[in-house]
Every structure is written in structure tokens, then in C-alpha cells.
Design a protein around this ligand. Structure first.
Ligand code: PBG
Length: 326
């Protein structure tokens, strides 16, 4: 006969719990998303995302130098162009807002990892992630061509990684070909492979000013009811040459994250999106939850489910907490 098993023995002190801990948060694996707009000296608050701003390039550079100092080395850039048009031409213009920002940040932080979000929704006048056909539907193949052109412009401006978030079919292969043809064979593609048509992107629409003027994104983003389909999307993107993949949103999709973790060998990033951030912030500000505890718990949960990297607006805050604790 064995004695009764006592798992509690391994929970008896803080030191013992630390010894047997399975999951850790490391600053190296945080990716901090930022919004950049035109102008000078601007730091415009986003109402639904307390602590997050639209920055002009000069102010963004100073902010990222500070955040870099905390240990966060990887940034995901979103641009709000000064003008939008039918084809989103500011996305691929060599002087478009993201290209200018990439150059400016690269100059001050040469070793930083700069990920360029690759999508047209912030750049089109109608707010969809691609160009439209005469009936007003997103036209897949013409959009893919513009995305490939944008990827090259981003690489030329100093992006370390491009991250297509549009969910068009065949875009990863086309982007890979265009990058290679222009000498950017070493630039990895981090594809938003499993991106759901989610209500959790609500606050982002204010932050990035990309609300569609009609319709929604359900014809190109994934249906929230599907899990197997996420595995299929991931396989397709890997077959086309994706080097890393993103699952998005994060906390409500931990089952998807786990399933994909078991399926693939490439690094996986989970995106804790604007709505996840806003909910924690709002409840924390009201004293309904302990903000710090819930932030850490949610990030740990995302890592436990299988994410290697976490894209999160909490990156600077979490880095400060980790530094404090060390
Ligand atoms: C599209 C894009 C979106 C987000 C990241 N890239 C919005 C959308 O699909 O509507 C959302 C991120 C967030 O909510 O934090 N370029």
C-alpha cells in the first residue's frame, strides 16, 4: 500500500512553489503593439484603451527608447495615415507613416525587432482589409498584390519581420515571393494564421481608425465557432512559407492555441487584443478586480496554453513589474 498522495507538499512555501513552477513570463517574449500617426509632439490618448496612445513619430521614438530600457525589445507597428484612398496607397508608399516610423525607430534602436503589421484596413477609405470589386466585395487577388508590394516597402524601410493580418487567401506565398525577389530573403513572415472575426477588436477600431464604413469582416476573418478551421488555416500558411504564426484573440481562444501548439513546430504568438486589454483596465479602475494579479494570470494562462510570444498592450507595465520583482 502506498501512503495518500499529498500534492500540497509541493505548495508548502513560496520557494517550493517557485521551484516546481511550469510556466514563466519572460520580457524577451513580449511584443508591444504601438500606433503611429502624423504630426509632431503628439501623444493622443485612446479613450477605450487607458494608457495607450497614438504617437507622432518623434514622440514614439522617445517612448520606445524608454520601453526598450525596460527590456521590451520587440514592437509591432500600426499606422494611421494622414490620408486614405480606395487602394490604401499610403500602405506601400515609401514615405507612408509606418515606413517613416520604421526608419526613425531603427536609427535610435538598431537592435530592436520591428514587426510591421501588414494590412490595408487602416489605409483604405472604406476601412476594409483589401480593395473592393465593383460589387463592393473584397477582391482577394488584387489585394494580395498590394500586400506583397507593401511588404517590400516595409522591409526596405527597416522592418525585421512582416505580419500579414488581412486574412486574404494566398497572401503568405505572394509576400514571400516578393520579399525574396527584392533581396529580402532573410525577413521572416509572422502570419496572423488564425484570426477570428471578433468583437474583442472593438477598441482597436478607435485606436487605428479602421472601422469598416459598411458591412463587416466576416467574409475574410474566421468564424468564432470553428476550431478545426484554425488548424487548416495554419497549415495553409505554413505550406506557403510562414515562419511564425499568430493566434488572435488570446484569452477567449486558448483551446485553439493549445490545438495549434500540438499541431506545429514553429513559434506561436498569441495576441491579447484591445478588448481584452480594455476589459481588464476598466474592471481594474473600478476596483472590481486586482489589475496586476489579473494581468499576470491572463498572460500566464496564454503561455500555459502554448504561446511562445505574447503580443500585449501590457508589455511595458508587465516589464516594470518583472523588473521590480527581480
Ligand atoms: C487589422 C488588425 C486588427 C487588429 C490587429 N490588426 C483589427 C481588425 O481586424 O479589425 C486588432 C488588434 C486589437 O484589437 O488589439 N489590421
Amino acid at each position: 500500500m502506498y501512503p495518500i498522495q499529498r500534492p500540497r507538499r509541493l505548495r508548502s512555501s513560496a520557494t517550493m512553489r517557485a521551484l516546481v513552477r511550469e510556466t514563466h513570463l519572460a520580457i524577451d517574449q513580449f511584443i508591444y503593439p504601438v500606433f503611429v500617426r502624423s504630426g509632431k509632439g503628439r501623444r493622443d490618448p485612446i479613450g477605450s484603451m487607458p494608457g495607450i496612445y497614438q504617437w507622432s513619430i518623434d514622440a514614439l521614438v522617445e517612448h520606445l527608447v524608454d520601453v526598450y530600457g525596460l527590456g521590451v525589445r520587440t514592437f509591432l507597428l500600426f499606422g494611421i495615415p494622414h490620408q486614405k484612398d480606395d487602394v490604401g496607397s499610403q500602405a506601400y508608399d515609401d514615405h507612408g507613416i509606418v515606413q517613416e516610423a520604421l526608419r526613425a525607430v531603427r536609427e535610435r534602436l538598431p537592435e530592436s525587432i520591428l514587426i510591421a503589421d501588414l494590412c490595408l484596413c487602416e489605409y483604405t477609405s472604406h476601412g476594409h482589409c483589401g480593395v473592393l470589386d465593383p460589387k463592393g466585395n473584397v477582391a482577394n487577388d488584387p489585394t494580395v498584390a498590394i500586400l506583397a508590394r507593401t511588404a517590400v516597402a516595409q522591409a526596405r524601410a527597416g522592418a525585421s519581420i512582416v505580419a500579414p493580418s488581412d486574412m486574404m487567401d494566398g497572401r503568405v506565398g505572394a509576400i514571400r515571393e516578393a520579399l525574396d525577389a527584392n533581396g529580402f530573403t532573410e525577413i521572416p513572415i509572422m502570419s496572423y494564421a488564425a484570426k477570428y472575426a471578433s468583437g474583442f477588436y472593438g477598441p482597436f477600431r478607435e485606436a487605428a481608425e479602421n472601422t469598416p464604413s459598411f458591412g463587416d469582416r466576416k467574409t475574410y476573418q474566421m468564424d468564432v465557432t470553428n476550431r478545426r478551421e484554425a488548424v487548416k488555416e495554419v497549415r495553409l500558411d505554413l505550406a506557403e512559407g510562414a515562419d511564425m504564426i499568430i493566434v488572435k484573440p488570446a484569452l477567449p481562444y486558448l483551446d485553439v492555441l493549445r490545438e495549434i501548439r500540438e499541431e506545429v513546430l514553429v513559434p506561436i504568438a498569441a495576441y491579447q487584443v484591445s478588448g481584452e486589454y480594455a476589459m481588464i483596465k476598466a474592471a481594474g479602475a473600478n476596483g472590481w478586480i486586482e489589475e496586476r494579479r489579473v494581468v499576470e494570470e491572463s498572460l500566464i494562462a496564454i503561455r500555459r496554453a502554448g504561446a511562445d510570444m505574447i503580443i500585449t498592450y501590457f508589455a511595458p507595465q508587465m516589464a516594470r513589474w518583472l523588473v521590480e520583482r527581480a
